[in-house]
Design a protein around this ligand. Structure first.
Ligand code: UDP
Length: 241
C-alpha cells in the first residue's frame, strides 16, 4: 500500500529520498512495467487543465516532489512530506544502486550527443554501471518506431526519458509497455546536467529551497512557466480553507 497525500488532485508518495530509492529498486523484482513521475508545482498546475496529464499522474507507480513548493504544500494536507525528492537526485541515486546490482539503463532524450556524453561520464565515474544504449530526444514518427524497437531489442531494466515535462510523461505512458523496460522515469533536462553542459544550482540555493530562483536567473525564458508558481501557492492556501 502506498502512503500518499493529495495536492491539488495529485497523489504524492510520502517518503524520503532514501525510501524512494528503495522503492524504485524494488520495482525491478515486481511484475509489469512501473513508472515514476517527479512533478513540480508547474506540472501540478498544468494537470489542472490537462486531464490526460492528470490521468497519467494518477496512474503512476511512484510520484515524488521535484519542487520545494510541493513539500511546502504538503504541510497543509495533514501528511507532511519530509524532503524534496528531485528527479535529478533520484535518478543519480538509483543509477548508483543499479551499478552495484548490475542493472542496465537506457538514456533517451536531450539534444544530439547529450545522452551519450552523460552515459560516458557516468560510466567512468561509477564502475559497474551499464548504460546499454542512448538516443537523443528529437525524432520523427518513423524514427520513433525505430527508437522503440531498438529499446525493445536491448530491453534495459530502466529507461530514463529526458524529453521535458509533460512530453516525457505522456511518452512513457503511451510507450513503456512496448519497450521491454521494467521501469521508466521522466527526468527533464537531467542529461544536460549529467553531461556537464548545465549546472545545478549551488547547494546553498538547494538547501534554502531556492533552486527554482537560480534556474530563473540562468534561463530567464522560464519566467512564463514560472508564473504558475504564485497561482499554485494561492490555490493551495484557498484549498486549505
Ligand atoms: N527535449 C528533447 N526533445 C524534445 C524537447 C526537449 O529531448 O522534443 C529535451 C531538451 O533537450 C532538454 C529537456 O528535454 O534536455 C528539457 O529540459 P527542461 O529543463 O526544459 O525540462 P524540465 O526539467 O523543466 O521538464
Amino acid at each position: 500500500m502506498r502512503n500518499t497525500t493529495e495536492i491539488l488532485g495529485v497523489q504524492f508518495d510520502v517518503l524520503t529520498m532514501e525510501e524512494a530509492v528503495g522503492k524504485v529498486m524494488g520495482f525491478f523484482d515486481g511484475k509489469g512495467n512501473r513508472f515514476i513521475c517527479t512533478p513540480n508545482p508547474e506540472i501540478v498546475m498544468e494537470a489542472q487543465k490537462d486531464s490526460q496529464l492528470m490521468g497519467i499522474l494518477k496512474a503512476a507507480d511512484l510520484v515524488v516532489p521535484d519542487g520545494i513548493g510541493i513539500v511546502w504544500a504538503s504541510k497543509f494536507t495533514g501528511k507532511r512530506i519530509k524532503e524534496r525528492v528531485a528527479g535529478y537526485d533520484l535518478a543519480m541515486n538509483v543509477l548508483k544502486e543499479m551499478a552495484v546490482e548490475g542493472k542496465t539503463a537506457y538514456f533517451f532524450g536531450g539534444a544530439p550527443g547529450v545522452a551519450a556524453s552523460a552515459a560516458k561520464k557516468l560510466m567512468k565515474d561509477h564502475p559497474g554501471l551499464k548504460i546499454i544504449g542512448t538516443r537523443n530526444g528529437y525524432f520523427s514518427a518513423k524514427e520513433e518506431k525505430e527508437i522503440i524497437s531498438e529499446i525493445k531489442r536491448l530491453s534495459p531494466d530502466m529507461l530514463f526519458v529526458g524529453l521535458g515535462a509533460p512530453k516525457q510523461e505522456k511518452w512513457i505512458y503511451e510507450n513503456l509497455r512496448f519497450t521491454g523496460a521494467k521501469v521508466a522515469i521522466g527526468i527533464g533536462g537531467s542529461f544536460d546536467v549529467m553531461a556537464g553542459n548545465l549546472k545545478r544550482a549551488p547547494k546553498i540555493y538547494q538547501k534554502l529551497g531556492l533552486e527554482w530562483f537560480y534556474r530563473l536567473i540562468k534561463q530567464p525564458s522560464r519566467w512564463k512557466r514560472m508564473m504558475r508558481l504564485p497561482v499554485f501557492v494561492i490555490k493551495v492556501l484557498v484549498n486549505k480553507k
